[in-house]
Design a protein around this ligand. Structure first.
Ligand SMILES: [Zn+2]
Ligand SMILES: [Zn+2]
Length: 486
């Protein structure tokens, strides 16, 4: 209709027609649809400039390793939001300490992935990769490296706060160095004079830990450098000891070919065993997710029996836990009867339908599901798909309170496109006693690896090992699951 009646043949044309109100008057469209289209177009423009952290990391990591392997390179790191492990990344920033620049620049701009060299100088270069991701390379003298690394890693707010802290101590902090304040540009001039030599401008500061120590701070992990209270915490030695990827001993929310997964139960179990985990939970979809071939009560019972037999035949190996990702129906009831749910080790409850409910309806719906005696964990709280779809409206604070009150864990869905519940909520939520569970929501064996993206987001949320359920041993997890039965 848009094409036939309004002659629209491009996104720009659609935006213009919406702006002029010509879409709203079409039969079946209306003001609301026109607004939604406009919002979608605006999102699309914003999303086009950013990339999922997981995707950006997979491009950046081999380049970083390649840079480090060059004979001229002393140190190399990626910086920016990639190093801070933000859920989406704009450009890549590579920072290199080297005494000879030309071979490094040449290597960088001749990578096969490079589609276009957008800038090239003596100590820097900018390129665009296939897929649209852009990357900057900066080469600095070794003595300046740590200051540049810190400068190009922190979010603006973090850097502003740290510079103020330096000033309060009579020091000037910049990408060039840390020097007595007063002489503006002193560090830059010094660094320039010392180009190619080590030491001096930086004094004895060679690591970020030493840089923070020079400002009377404990070292702040890159993930926390958002300007959200980490400097105060570092001052009081109150920084958390963040959860690490190696702490994870199993995961709960994964799919098999029984619903919409691409690998069989046996294949998923073998892949989890290869990761060295103690347990793997299977949580296929329930019947309301018919498009995902969700399981009804009978098929679920059969899967529970299959898992029990598998555990019998594989004694001493990874333990398979039987769960389900049970749909939360639009009114908040669960999709499966209580008898079927009680036969499981745990129940993930998730919203997969009726996204257009109001915030009040959605919040009440999710809380009703949390209050179900069989609910163990809440899946992907907002349903967002990063760079694709905003989450549905929901009162996160109320849901967190209900989860704590009912001893229901909230998932940090580790699928790189979800990372939901968002890291920004976790510090406060965990302080209220909320238990986090990092789940890859794997739909194939490769998807199990997503737990790493979940750990990255958990670190951004200040979470410790103790606050994440699946850092616990199998025995502890089974005890937990029994204890939260109501
Ligand atoms: Zn789901
Ligand atoms: Zn799922």
């Amino acid at each position: 209709m848009l094409h036939e009646q309004l002659g629209i043949s491009s996104i720009a044309g659609l935006a213009q027609a919406c702006g002029e109100g010509r879409v709203a008057v079409l039969a079946g469209f209306g003001e609301k649809t026109q607004e939604k289209l406009l919002a979608g177009i605006r999102n699309r423009e914003a999303y086009a400039r950013r990339h999922l952290w997981w995707d950006a990391f997979s491009v950046a990591e081999p380049i970083l390793q390649g840079l480090r392997a060059l004979p001229q390179v002393r140190r190399a790191e990626h910086a920016g939001s990639l190093r801070r492990k933000l859920e989406t990344v704009g450009d890549l920033d590579f920072l290199v300490a080297a005494e000879e620049w030309a071979p490094v620049v040449d290597w960088f701009i001749t990578r096969p992935e490079v589609e276009e060299v957008t800038a090239k100088g003596e100590t820097k270069a900018s390129v665009r990769f296939a897929g649209g991701l852009q990357a900057d390379l900066r080469i600095v003298p070794p003595a300046q490296f740590v200051f540049a690394l810190h400068h190009f890693t922190g979010a603006k707010e973090h850097n502003v706060q740290l510079r103020q802290r330096a000033l309060a101590r009579g020091l000037s902090l910049s990408e060039w160095g840390l020097v007595p304040s007063g002489g503006e540009g002193t560090a830059k001039a010094k660094a320039g004079a010392l180009l190619g030599t080590a030491g001096a401008a930086a004094g004895t500061i060679r690591t970020e830990a030493e840089l923070f120590a020079a400002l009377d701070l404990h070292e702040i992990p890159p993930e926390l450098r958002e300007g959200l209270g980490e400097i105060e915490a570092a001052e009081q030695d109150a920084l958390p000891r963040l959860v690490e990827a190696d702490d994870i001993r199993g995961v709960f929310h994964n799919h098999t070919t029984a619903s919409d997964g691409r690998n069989t139960l046996g294949e998923m179990v073998a892949a989890a065993q290869a990761l060295g985990w103690e347990y793997l939970g299977i949580a296929d979809h329930s019947k309301a997710s018919f498009q995902a071939n969700g399981l009804n009560e009978a098929r679920l019972r059969a899967q529970v029996a299959e898992i029990a037999a598998l555990n019998q035949s594989r004694r001493g190996q990874i333990r398979v836990l039987a769960g389900v990702e049970c749909d939360i129906l639009p009114d908040g009831r669960l999709d499966l009867d209580e008898e079927a749910l009680r036969a499981l080790d745990y129940v993930v409850v998730s919203v997969h339908s009726a996204f257009s409910q109001s915030e009040a309806e959605m919040t009440a719906r999710i809380i009703r599901a949390i209050e179900h005696p069989c609910a163990t964990m809440l899946g992907h709280l907002t349903g967002r798909l990063l760079l694709k779809r905003e989450g549905y409206p929901v009162d996160v604070a109320k849901v967190i309170d209900a989860a704590v009150a009912n001893r229901v864990a909230i998932e940090l869905n580790a699928c790189p496109q979800r990372l939901d519940m968002d890291w920004r909520h976790w510090q406060a939520a965990a302080a209220k006693g909320l238990v986090c569970v990092i789940n890859p929501d794997a739909h194939d064996t490769a998807g199990l690896e997503y737990y790493r993206a979940g750990v990255a987001a958990a670190r951004k949320g200040w979470l410790t090992k103790e606050q994440v359920l699946n850092t616990r041993s199998l025995a502890e997890v089974r005890h937990y699951l029994q204890a939260c039965r109501r």
